[in-house]
Write a protein that binds this ligand. Structure first.
Ligand code: NAI
Length: 282
């Protein structure tokens, strides 16, 4: 009962107010999925709901909430199940990003990464997947991790804690849920041109410094559009693919890391030294 057609499916997107989540909501709706949308930002979420409906799409339910708040996700799931029954597709897209070295990262940064990027998707899985199993129609789970869920990118320890964690959850569920006909996709974007690029916090670093601006601009130049990422995700669901790459660099980097560990170690160290040189001084 793998998903081969989105028409009529009940499709949840978290982080739907912006970037990849918003693009995924539109891409899914354009293929006939009926949406359940959530995000922390109420006004921006309402705007997305309006635009989906204007394009002729269906939003079954939407509510603003913090996915790191277990009680809030539980209440949301209760409302969704009451209003429209069990879902077919659950896409964990919402996330935040903070980078920094261990001497600068505060406890709150580590906690925010794990609470939002790892516990958030877990709260969603806990609250929605048992009803999918019970319904027996199969379905699909999409977890948006990151290249930083595969590779040791400089200063990404806190972010990678959450994104490697989400990858672990996904790898296990892929096998656990197969017999229930529920597929799992792990999305591992490299750079994507979304508001996240402007909001990523580099602790202790002034992002307006010319060197840092240059680095950010380079990141944005190589970045994929959220629409392209959304298309890849939709294809990943329809073809029941576990790994969903959105750019060649991540696919190649991960392949290389697994096949050629010693040069990977050298390159990662060089990237780290480069980062320290360019961003490291305040
Ligand atoms: P974005 O900032 O455009 O969208 C993220 C959305 O998540 C926002 O609408 C935000 O309000 C929502 N959100 C944040 N914290 C939340 C919370 N506690 N509860 C509910 N909603 C919350 O960012 P983007 O780029 O679309 O990010 C989507 C996902 O893609 C994230 O998980 C991010 O880590 C991941 N990603 C993004 C990359 C990029 O270069 N933009 C690269 C790799 C992964």
């Amino acid at each position: 009962m793998a998903i081969t057609d989105l028409r009529g499916t009940k499709f949840l997107v978290t982080g739907a107010a912006s970037g990849i989540g918003r693009a995924l909501a539109h891409a899914a709706s354009d293929r006939g999925a009926r949406l359940v949308l959530t995000d922390l930002q109420e006004e921006a979420l309402d705007e997305v709901v309006r635009s989906v409906r204007e394009r002729g799409g269906t939003v079954l339910h939407s509510a603003a909430l913090d996915i790191s708040d277990y009680e809030a996700v539980t209440a949301f799931a209760r409302d969704v199940h009451e209003a429209c029954g069990s879902l077919d597709i659950v896409a964990n897209v919402a996330g935040v990003s903070v980078w920094g070295t261990v001497d600068r990262l505060q406890h709150e940064h580590w906690k925010l990464m794990v609470d939002v990027n790892l516990m958030g998707p877990i709260h969603v899985i806990e609250n929605f997947v048992p009803a999918m199993i019970e319904a027996g129609r199969g379905g699909h789970i999409v977890n948006v991790s990151s290249a930083a869920g595969l590779l040791a990118l400089p200063w990404h320890a806190a972010y990678s804690a959450s994104k490697f964690g989400l990858r672990g959850v996904s790898e296990v569920l892929r096998f656990d849920l197969k017999r229930d006909g529920i597929g799992v996709s792990l999305v591992v974007p490299g750079a994507v041109r979304t508001p996240l690029v402007d909001t990523v916090q580099i602790v202790g670093v002034d992002r307006d410094r010319p060197e840092v601006r240059k680095l950010t601009q380079r990141f944005v130049r190589h970045a994929a559009t959220p629409e392209k990422v959304a298309e890849r995700i939709v294809t990943g669901i329809l073809k029941n693919r576990f790994m969903v790459y959105t750019s060649f660099d991540t696919r190649f980097g991960y392949w290389w890391a697994r096949k050629f560990a010693p040069p990977y170690n050298l390159v990662m160290q060089a990237a780290n030294d480069y980062f320290r040189r360019v961003v490291g001084t305040k």
